[in-house]
Design a protein around this ligand. Structure first.
Ligand SMILES: [Zn+2]
Length: 385
């Protein structure tokens, strides 16, 4: 949804140029610095905000006690002085114009590690604000400093912590999920895929937990809570689909959004959420704790990471030759099980309502194929970058 909004903005921009309201130079327009400030977040992290007239294009460079934000094709503004919050890590913020690029150099009281991807955000203009590049960081956090990272690249996973994956086979116990024509129950198929996947991911060096490893019923919120408790890096909910049209087949992958991306996605959310008969009127149904823990910015970051994983997962399925449901491979829906601070996706492996696919989903060979594709997607996922 976010991507299409971005496209819309671009299209609008072109429209304006065509209408001749701004000069043609708009395409090559240079960005300009509008404002800079720091703050201290409730969690103690320092926040650096850089406001620019256009969407910023940036790279981060880590020095001994400095953080440099290189803004390409940007012109500085000497009348802009950074407003610094007391108690933060930032001592001073200065501008240096290097050719077309503007370097914003933050001098720090203590060294910081590389800032994780989910702590860097670009916000669209709103109200009095222009585009904002927002960076959150704390002393000595992040993974490693850039130098340490370079030194570690030749070493194996043993020097970094294992990534934690929580697998969530859908339904279970009193809730069979959907039932195929031949009587195959979704809860059984997805449990079998989940167990195989656990072994395969463990063999690939991941720490893996399952929301259920047997035929147990679990509420959707409990599943999301397990991902929180285990401090998971990635949450994968495994399902199989059913459709009134028996000819419908193929996989599809879902990420969380407040509104469904299409009618199909809404129907799916209705049926998957129905297990708990919970209220899904929006993000209000986030559990209170999670809502407090997640700022709007973090929600945005989790959504972006989930989107990235889901797209990679769809690519892995396509590459493996697994049939895709007609329409977009990645859809969005208000799925209760995905409401957490953990990036993740819900994978509908195929349709049990289709006779041929029901047979496939039951077969161990096809389950192995699904597992291999998901393992590939997890290995390719950029956990931090
Ligand atoms: Zn399901």
């Amino acid at each position: 949804m976010k991507i299409s909004r971005r496209c819309l903005l671009q299209i609008t921009g072109v429209g304006v140029v065509v209408a001749g309201m701004v000069p043609r130079v708009a395409f090559a327009a240079r960005n300009s610095l509008k404002n800079m400030r720091t703050g201290v977040q409730p969690n103690g992290k320092t926040r650096l905000v850089i406001e620019t007239a256009l969407r910023p294009s940036y790279t981060l460079v880590y020095g001994e006690n400095t953080l440099t934000v290189k803004l390409s094709n940007t012109v500085g503004n000497n009348s802009v002085a950074a407003k610094l919050a007391s108690g933060g890590l930032v001592k001073t913020v200065t501008q240096a114009q290097i050719g077309d690029a503007l370097n914003i150099v933050a001098e720090l009281r203590k060294p910081i590690g590389e800032i994780p991807k989910n702590q860097v955000m670009i916000l669209e203009p709103n109200g009095d604000n222009d585009y904002r590049l927002v960076l959150d960081f704390a002393a000595g956090t992040g993974a490693k400093t850039a130098t340490q990272k370079a030194a570690a690249t030749n070493e194996s996973n043993t020097t970094t912590r294992k990534r934690i994956i929580v697998l969530d086979p859908g339904h279970g116990g009193k809730d069979p999920g959907c039932i195929g024509r031949g009587g195959t129950k979704e809860k059984a198929v997805v449990l079998s895929v989940g167990r195989k996947l656990r072994t395969a991911l463990q063999n690939a060096g991941f720490a893996v937990y399952m929301t259920r490893a047997d035929d147990t019923y679990l509420k959707l919120a409990e599943r999301a809570a397990i991902a929180e408790r285990k401090k998971a890096d990635l949450f994968i909910s495994i399902h199989a689909n059913a459709n009134p049209s028996r000819s419908m087949k193929g996989f599809s992958i879902y990420t969380l959004s407040e509104k469904a991306s299409d009618e199909e996605a809404q129907k799916l959310a209705d049926s998957e959420n129905a297990a708990d008969k919970i209220d899904v009127s929006g993000f209000e149904s986030f559990s209170k704790d999670i809502r407090v823990a997640l700022s709007a910015l973090q929600q945005h970051a989790v959504a972006e990471m989930s989107e990235e994983y889901a797209n990679g997962c769809a690519r892995a399925f396509n590459r493996a030759g697994i049939e895709q449901q007609p329409g977009p491979a990645v859809r969005h829906a208000p799925l209760a099980v995905l409401r957490s601070t953990v990036p993740g996706a819900l994978v509908e492996c195929g349709h049990l309502s289709n006779k041929a696919e029901e047979k496939l989903l039951k077969s161990s060979a096809h389950q192995d194929k699904l597992v291999a594709a998901i393992v590939r997607s997890v290995k390719n996922y950029d956990f931090e970058a």
